[in-house]
Write a protein that binds this ligand. Sequence first.
Ligand SMILES: Cc1cc2nc3c(=O)[nH]c(=O)nc-3n(C[C@H](O)[C@H](O)[C@H](O)COP(=O)(O)OP(=O)(O)OC[C@H]3O[C@@H](n4cnc5c(N)ncnc54)[C@H](O)[C@@H]3O)c2cc1C
Length: 431
Amino acid sequence: MPSILPAFVQTVETSVLTKRASAAYGRRHTTSEGGTAVRILISGAGIAGPALALFLHRRGVQVTVVERAPGLRTGGSAVDFRGDQLAVLDRAGILDDVRAHATGMGPQVVVDRADRPLVALPAALFSGELEIQRGDLTRILHDRTRADVEYLFGDEITALDETADGVRVTFQRADPRTFDLVVGADGLHSRVRALTFGPEDGHRTDLGYCIAGFTAPNLLDLDHTGRIHNDPGRAVMVSSGRDRAVADVGFVFAAPAQLPDRRDQDAQKALVSAVFADAGWHVPVLLDALRAAPDLYFDTLSQIHLDRWSAGRVVLLGDAAWGAGPGGSGTGLALVGAYTLAGELAAAAGDHQRAFARYERLLRPPAARGQKQARGAGPFLAPATDRRIRQRNRTFRLLGTRVMSGVFTWLTTRTANSATLPDYPDVLVPA
Ligand SMILES: Cc1cc2nc3c(=O)[nH]c(=O)nc-3n(C[C@H](O)[C@H](O)[C@H](O)COP(=O)(O)OP(=O)(O)OC[C@H]3O[C@@H](n4cnc5c(N)ncnc54)[C@H](O)[C@@H]3O)c2cc1C
């Protein structure tokens, strides 16, 4: 692998970085080695949270991650990287690991009710330059940080009180503690955002669709390929890549007026089963698998729009700040955001407000582009009528041609490259 990491950075001693980071903030906390460290609390152990922990720990910050779920949430469909997003994986020192877990996905084939192929989409269109299961990425980030970062699973923040030199944090289970900074990387329905900027309703825009994803046995015996089946307003996607025993199943459908409670998985499974009850193809057997699935991910396709991503010592990252929905480069941007936030904190020599402002300035344009790109994902994946499904399939056919697939790849890579990626030598992580 040609590395973009300057070799000299890889040899920088962690102790030097620790000293520099500690000097950057007013507060000092005694470490077990007798030194001092800045303390940062991250809410959310999805993608953005552990990625930020990785970059921050590299510069000697004492990081705690609090995650509401009792363990790592390894569900979710595959996520792909293009262009500069691969450079961020490299800067995080995980590019080789990600390559080792690549799905190696082949074409996605749109099929009719009788399983007849209608159009096949080349892998590069759906799976980017490098694709990995979201769960594998989360595991890699957690494995890289678990020895040095404190993870509090099964807990969450209940109150944030900012004082002159820190944030007093109250948890549901753990004892209250004070941190220098708090980062909300707790996803679309961020608690940190609600506590800092007010109720979610004021910041969330629903796009009119729901998504349900889970893993199931590879019932369709797919081998590095996927199938997409549509009825008006409904899509079913099944694929199997690296692990031939397992399939990724996704249902996308027009959102009903009444949605189940966000934490009630039985009600969510019941809704999906009802919406797809009369669907043909392999749907009945996939619904049986849904009922048995332990790792259902269910949400609305929604976006988050905020005027500011930080207030005082609290800052938002990833979906919590700029959630876009599928097709919005959410995972790539979460990684770019983590790298940029850590890098700006390192560069700002203790002025966290300057760091937050620069981080926001750098991430706003690609986040807005991701949101724009994702706005049409629902109707594109699950067109509302038979006529629109046929139109969409014609577009797919065009995209499958050499010329159009080149244009599409150029466009998506341009979007992936739209984030400015400054060099922050202090936070680079060796492979
Ligand atoms: C299990 C799962 C499956 C997903 N599957 C898909 C998918 O199939 N398609 C898709 O487009 N996107 C999916 N996503 C969203 C996708 O991961 C993000 O859009 C993207 O990777 C940005 O990551 P993030 O870290 O900002 O947010 P997320 O990956 O959503 O991570 C947020 C984390 O914060 C945790 N959390 C939430 N509330 C609290 C709280 N109050 N306190 C502490 N922790 C909290 C969550 O449990 C989660 O672990 C999924 C997210 C999850 C959690």
